[in-house]
Design a protein around this ligand. Structure first.
Ligand code: NDP
Length: 483
């Protein structure tokens, strides 16, 4: 495997880190190092912020149509290089190639196109209160936005932040996860190719605790959009509170799947398996606590396990693989520790629980889809986000009980509810404390809808107008029509 060197993208140029230090970047499917990424520090972040600051007045004063056209060009160019992007995402993250091709890269392209279009239709509100006054609200870009994203949906989540930030006239300093930097690096080259003005987008690679920390604590970065773990989010909130920075935090989840006896059981089984194990369970929206009404529990459980048997774990480029490699050795070990913990807590292992060594890829990090039962809601397995292919299943008696179970963790990101009784579906949707509810479906995304969580799953909402509002500052102007 040839060694590739990734560079920072600062002020329109691909540059080495100031310290000239690099970090190993691993390919999860083989466990080998295949690239080096900049171990950036405060000096690199300083240069990136300065460049973004200088570019801000020019970028914000460009016409909306012109800004929008750059985003369309970026989307088109990613599409031109579709296969390269999809391969890179799978190599870096370990996810099945099919997912990169059908979800990650198409959705990254869609993010740029969506915000390129949305910003053209965003209008100021005006309020005519009485005869003598009119209010109107200006929405102004804020300045330099920091966009920090995790490793599970690398380009998809990176672009989910960058696109609305740029569309609204902010300039950006962004950091992908150090574990999955490659498609962000390809994006830098795309920006160069389409001639995005220097400094409008800067991409700094490196470790979160160093480069990420320097970004969020920088006094010239007034707004931060972060997706990642709850602990990191808490840390960022603490650092930034005294500076009154504007924060959007999309954090962890421990999402309940709720299956009532009157659902379409085959569809519920199929989609609940998908919800638990897609992307190796490494999606914040994965349904990792499955609650099934008692009268259909055995039937559902048996069908669920039968379906798990069809989830072939293997080399991510293979068409047969439904589950690829875990993103890093550290995360692989964390998931295995959680599997041990579930056993110690008295969990009954119904399926999986072991590592897998696909032929020719024995040094990669693979884990079987895993299912436990017999664990109560207060145990760590049901309280902590594992972020891997591990789920629990348990029966419930009635609506009240399942609502209480669903709300029993510190998280509140999403839920999916399975029933043919629409009144019940709406009732339960209203009582589960989460930001996103799917009824008889899962992970259906419409970019216009608000996205985000309650409780420790985050702060604020992204998506649609929410992101445009987040990346702008409202200024109300009140005009007398009498003077
Ligand atoms: P982390 O919180 O570890 O990291 C997220 C990003 O923040 C990375 O780029 C990381 O860099 C950076 N970072 C780490 N420490 C700091 C710091 N002190 N200051 C600034 N930046 C920092 O999360 P993971 O990458 O492990 O991602 C998994 C988590 O993301 C899960 O909890 C998952 O639920 C959540 N997530 C939430 C989503 C949502 O929309 N609610 C969507 C997807 C994931 P580095 O990688 O170099 O450490």
């Amino acid at each position: 495997m040839s060694m590739e060197i990734i560079e920072n993208y600062i002020d329109g140029k691909l540059v080495a880190p100031n310290s000239n230090q690099y970090i190993d970047n691993f390919c999860p499917s083989t466990g080998e190092v295949y690239a080096k990424i900049p171990n950036s520090d405060i000096d690199d972040v300083q240069k990136a912020v300065e460049s973004a600051k200088n570019a801000f007045p020019i970028w914000k004063n460009l016409s909306i149509e012109k800004r929008s056209s750059y985003l369309y060009k970026i989307a088109d160019e990613i599409e031109n290089q579709f296969d390269q992007f999809a391969h890179a995402e799978t190599k870096d993250n370990g996810k099945p190639f099919k997912l990169s091709k059908h979800v990650d890269i198409p959705r990254a392209i869609a993010n740029f196109r969506f915000y390129a279009g949305a910003v053209l239709h965003f209008a100021s509100e005006s309020h005519k209160g009485n005869q003598d006054f009119i209010n109107y609200t200006l929405r102004e870009p804020i300045g330099v936005a920091a966009c920090i994203s995790p490793w599970n949906l690398p380009l998809y989540l990176f672009s989910w932040k960058i696109a609305p930030a740029l569309a609204t006239g902010n300039t950006v300093v962004a950091k992908p996860s150090e574990v999955t930097p490659y498609t962000a690096y390809l994006l830098s080259k795309v920006c160069q190719k389409v001639g995005l003005p220097n400094g409008v987008l800067n991409i700094v690679h490196g470790i979160g605790a160093k480069a990420g920390h320097a970004m969020v604590s920088h006094p010239d970065v007034p707004t931060i959009s972060f997706t990642g773990g709850t602990k990191t989010g808490q840390n960022i909130a603490k650092i930034t509170a005294p500076m009154f920075k504007k924060l959007s935090l999309e954090l962890g989840g421990k999402n309940p799947t709720i299956v009532f006896e009157d659902c379409q059981i085959e569809e519920a089984v199929k989609t609940s398996v998908k919800a638990a194990y897609t992307n190796q369970g490494e999606i914040c929206l994965c349904g990792s606590r499955i609650y099934v009404q008692k009268s259909i529990y055995q039937k559902f459980k048996n069908a669920f396990i039968e379906r798990m048997k069809t989830l072939h774990v293997g080399e991510p480029m293979s068409e047969d693989s439904k589950i690829g490699a875990i993103v890093s050795k550290q995360h692989y070990e964390k998931i295995l520790e959680h599997i041990d913990l579930a056993k110690q807590e008295g969990g009954k292992l119904l399926f999986g629980g072991k590592t897998v060594q696909p032929e020719g890829f024995e040094n990669g990090w693979y884990i079987e889809p895993t299912l436990f039962e017999n664990l109560n809601e207060s145990c760590r397995t049901n309280q902590e986000e594992i972020f891997g292919p591990v789920a629990t299943i348990q029966p419930f008696e009635n609506e009240d009980e399942v609502i209480q179970l669903a709300n029993s963790t510190p998280y509140g990101l999403s839920t999916s509810i399975w029933t043919n009784n629409l009144a019940k579906a709406h009732r339960v949707a209203a009582k589960v404390n989460v930001g996103i509810v799917w009824i008889n479906c899962w992970l259906v995304r419409d970019l216009r809808t608000p996205f985000g969580g309650m409780k420790q799953s985050g702060l604020g909402r992204e998506g649609g107008w929410e992101a445009i509002r987040f990346f702008t500052e409202a200024k109300n102007v009140c005009v007398s029509t009498q003077v």
